[in-house]
Design a protein around this ligand. Structure first.
Ligand code: MRU
Length: 378
């Protein structure tokens, strides 16, 4: 069975509640923009592409279910207002703003047509939002293939045979419409028999690695091992050569025009480790994550989340207990009361530490002067 975090048919959107994974697979309906905004903000759904798609489809569902305002112009204004609202849910991942911009243009075009009606504007919006779901899966499969080819052709381990890979956070089916970006590269290597072993970091403080990536790896029966974030250096040092770790591959929430990449906190540390140990470092992301309007990482807004995400962990009382539902998640405090907490959700990895940016149209590498030319792939 293929893992799906977003289930959609016209008029109905369901999401898998990622706050309950891996202990419970519980889906719930999103039938308004307000519900989508909260599901994104509260992390019931997460991952840059998934956030964008859930927001886009929530508005589609709301439009299909509601009594439309009487004119094309009023439907347009309603849509634009809702898009502006949805974009405020989380600031760092650019996919949501990118999707909102494209949906805004499609809506304005539809409303500007000579014989436009309330229904024709709605139809244009809904079709454009639905296409995003379809396109994301196709793009991810292409990212997986390009990334796997690059690993085979550009790493010492890849040229010799099977490779081991290290990844961070969650970038799989749960963070996208399906298949995944960085995890898609690992899936692709596994599918062709070229993956020896996958390692995933726990990804403190919110544990997307141990909760979500580990869940996907177990689900797909991919040979894999979980490490804490602090074990990555030891893994590269002690096991790097013997395990043939070919590369570290991560996703992205926003790639600036110069290649600087915002991704889950801890990514920057891994890129430094990769450089020190001579291991390749790849970013895998669809072009919707590349923001040519943001010149460098200095211009990326980094979301800061509540300190509670650092001082408290949630889950069932004992290992293997699956009796977890939305009202019965145990919370355990793991820090001294009263301590101050800094909780940036993302960090920025400078382009100089990145060997390649894997997109659906191929892998972008730096030129001889160390410069990425990301504008060339649009
Ligand atoms: O805070 P999250 O869980 O939404 O962060 C997710 C990440 O940082 C992912 O690595 C990134 O969005 C890439 S998703 C394909």
């Amino acid at each position: 069975m293929v893992l799906q975090a977003i289930k959609y048919s016209r008029g109905r959107l369901e999401i898998l509640d990622q706050l309950l994974l891996p202990h419970s697979e519980y889906c719930f309906d999103i039938d308004s923009c307000t519900m989508a905004w909260h599901a994104i903000k509260d992390m019931n759904t997460r991952g840059a592409p998934a956030i964008a798609i859930v927001a886009a489809l929530a508005l589609a569902v709301e439009l299909v279910k509601m009594k439309l305002p009487p004119s094309a112009e009023e439907v347009k204004l309603f849509i634009l207002e809702k898009l502006d609202y949805l974009v405020t849910s989380r600031p760092t991942a650019v996919n949501l703003a990118d999707a909102a911009g494209k949906l805004r243009s499609r809506t304005e075009e539809a409303a500007a047509k000579k014989n436009s009606t309330d229904k024709s504007v709605r139809e244009a919006y809904v079709m454009a939002a639905e296409m995003m779901l379809v396109d994301d899966v196709k793009d991810n499969e292409a990212i997986g293939k390009h990334g796997a080819d690059w690993i085979r052709n550009n790493t010492e381990a890849g040229k010799k045979g099977k490779v081991s890979m290290l990844t961070h956070c969650n970038t799989g089916s749960l963070a996208t419409a399906g298949y995944g970006t960085a995890l898609g590269v690992i899936r692709s290597l596994h599918a062709t028999g070229d993956l020896k072993h996958a390692f995933c970091t726990e990804t403190r403080p919110y544990n997307q690695g141990s909760r979500l990536t580990a869940f996907e790896l177990v689900h797909d029966k991919i040979p894999a091992t979980l490490i804490t974030d602090s074990m990555a250096a030891a893994l590269l040092l002690l096991k790097g050569p013997s395990e043939n770790i070919a590369a570290i591959v991560v996703g992205a929430d926003r790639v600036a025009a110069n290649g600087d990449t915002a991704n889950k906190i801890g990514t920057y540390s891994l890129a430094i480790l990769a450089k020190h140990h001579g291991v390749k470092f790849l970013v895998a992301a669809p072009r919707t994550t590349i923001d040519l309007k943001t010149r460098s990482g200095n211009d990326i807004v980094i979301e800061e989340r509540p300190g509670k995400e650092v001082t408290v962990v949630t889950g069932p009382r004992s290992e293997g207990d699956r009796r977890v539902d939305r009202d019965h998640v145990e919370t355990i405090s793991i820090a001294a009361f009263g301590i101050g907490v800094w909780n940036p959700a993302f960090d920025v990895t400078p382009a100089e530490l990145i060997d390649g940016i894997v997109t659906e149209v191929g892998v972008v590498e730096k030129d001889d002067d160390g410069v990425f030319h990301l504008d060339k792939i649009f």
